[in-house]
Write a protein that binds this ligand. Structure first.
Ligand code: SAH
Ligand code: SF4
Ligand code: F3S
Length: 488
């Protein structure tokens, strides 16, 4: 449970409550699948439900309200939701046996894609709500007391205007690194992808609103802001002077907020890497040297069939430009193997691109045909065994590159933003500028701040370091927080 949450009521010095005290606070369990957008949305759902009397729990068994925030990106992701719902149904029945009610909400991209079909497949579900409607959860929960309800509208109002802001204590409980949605939806229609259907058209949030959210987070002690969007670098908006600006300018404005020491952004499309954004990697010290830039394939004919609207040469050119602006930048990407029509030569072109670019990390997937997308109906679907063999080879190369990148960090001195306690006593864990997990022996009082670390060793999934004793916070130009960060 969120012990720092100031919505718990009571509080020191509060007068004793009369016997007929306020109604019992209820427990909320939220499980999120898929991308960062869902992680962010899950937090905002908890924010919407806090004033309705719900406190978060990590234990589904004790929850009065279970929310599954779902992902539809690959078949396996969708199937996982239905198997999880089977478990939720059993739990609901067991709790009913004890006289306890349980409300079940399916949110996110499966909710948007499947709508009422979810109620048909799983009777235990009370509410189905899409990613653009979850600000209406309080009303939907009230309605569901009478009958199950589905809301998969793309409403005209801006959901962000209706979302309760998290309290400073709630923000602090979430740690010193926070997401801010700046852009939602996608108009790109890559031929393999469901996102344009589940998240709707590309919309940018106004700069002033993004900055207001970022300021609130920084005042609560957040040190690192990751600007997120399905196509985050398609963001555009007017600055304070009414000048049309793109993500590079927004990053600069967020970096200028007192207390913000680090800025990141994800996920980007190669076609939206404009000159201002590339330049920001060189000009803005707070913009971390890490770029996740999905390429999917290194073959021009597959890129064309995927409707990515750029070729492999264009990707290489962007990589060169970004590296020229910020030589120590770590690159990351997404890959799909076994897209319809992918020949051995196409696959080799992807391996070639990986060999040339050298990625610090990556996500890679077997192509999963999704109902309603053009790719699902294309000729030349690739058999499972070929997909598996290709994925295996591709992942071996990417893993080799990841390990080599991590090995090259050993011996370096860098700032680490400490986020939590490590697994062992006396250990704390945080992130390097290149988004690597770093563990050091150090005091928990450092959690929530930046400190300078010498990287001394490499583990399979993280790095080990030693505090140098110098204050990296000052180096990173971060001002003191308005209210002290309290992550212990
Ligand atoms: N907006 C981002 C990615 C969103 S989805 C972009 O344009 O890059 C995240 C990743 O899931 C994609 O980059 C892609 O690699 C993968 N993906 C999407 N649809 C897929 C499918 N049908 N099969 C396999 N992987 C898929
Ligand atoms: Fe999907 Fe392509 Fe849009 Fe990314 S850009 S969300 S892969 S359609
Ligand atoms: Fe999945 Fe929806 Fe994100 S389909 S990847 S949760 S946008």
């Amino acid at each position: 449970m969120d012990l720092l949450d100031d919505t718990d009521g009571g509080g020191e010095g509060a007068p004793a409550r009369p016997a007929e005290a306020a109604p019992r606070r209820k427990k909320l369990f939220v499980k999120s699948y898929g991308c960062q957008m869902n992680v962010y949305d899950a937090q905002r759902m908890a924010d919407v439900l806090a004033p309705e009397g719900f406190d978060e729990t990590a234990r589904m068994e004790e929850a009065d309200l279970v929310v599954l925030n779902t992902c539809h990106i690959r078949e396996r992701a969708t199937e996982k939701v239905f198997s999880e719902l089977g478990k939720v149904r059993e739990l609901k029945a067991a709790r009913a046996g004890e006289g306890l009610g349980t409300t079940v909400v399916v949110a996110g991209c499966v909710a948007q894609a499947e709508g009422a079909e979810i109620l048909r497949r799983q009777k235990a579900v009370d509410v189905v709500v899409g990613p653009q409607s979850y600000h209406r959860l309080p009303e939907l929960l009230a309605e569901s007391a009478r009958a199950p309800v589905v809301d998969t509208e793309f409403p005209l109002e801006d959901k962000f205007d209706h979302l309760a802001q998290p309290s400073p204590a709630r923000t602090q409980a979430r740690g010193p690194s926070a997401f801010v949605t700046v852009q939602e939806g996608c108009d790109k229609f890559c031929s393999f992808c469901v996102v344009p259907y589940t998240r709707g058209a590309e919309v940018s949030r106004p700069m002033a609103k993004v900055l207001a959210d970022a300021r609130g987070l920084a005042q609560a002690g957040v040190r690192e802001i990751t600007l997120i969007g399905q196509n985050v670098n398609a963001w555009h908006g007017l600055d304070a002077n009414g000048v049309e600006s793109s993500l590079g300018a927004l990053i600069g404005a967020v970096a200028a907020i007192p207390g913000v020491a680090r800025v990141r952004y994800t996920t980007s499309h190669p076609n939206e890497m404009d000159a201002a954004l590339i330049a920001a990697h060189g000009d803005c010290a707070a913009l971390m040297p890490f770029l996740h830039l999905p390429v999917q394939s290194g073959s021009d004919s597959i890129l064309a069939a995927m409707n990515r609207r750029h070729d492999a040469a264009r990707y290489r050119q962007i990589v060169r430009a970004v590296r020229a602006a910020r030589p120590d930048i770590a690159l990351s990407s997404d890959f799909i193997v076994g897209f319809p029509g992918e020949s051995e030569a196409d696959f080799e072109a992807t391996m070639q691109l990986i060999g040339e670019v050298n990625f610090a990390s990556a996500f890679s997937f077997k192509y999963s045909p999704r109902p309603g997308t053009p790719g699902a109906d294309m000729d030349g679907q690739i058999d499972e065994a070929t997909k598996s063999a290709r994925l295996h080879r591709l992942q071996a190369l990417l893993e080799e590159q990841r390990q080599a990148f991590n090995a090259a960090t050993v011996g370096k001195i860098c700032a680490v933003l400490f986020e939590k306690r490590g697994r062992h006593a006396g250990q704390i864990a945080g992130k390097s500028p290149w988004l690597q997990a770093v563990h050091v022996d150090g005091p928990a009082s450092l959690i929530g701040s930046l400190a300078e670390v010498e990287i001394v060793a490499q583990g399979p999934n993280s790095l080990f370091g030693r505090l140098t004793g110098r204050n990296a916070q000052a180096q990173a130009r971060a001002a003191a927080p308005a209210e002290g960060g309290a992550w212990r």
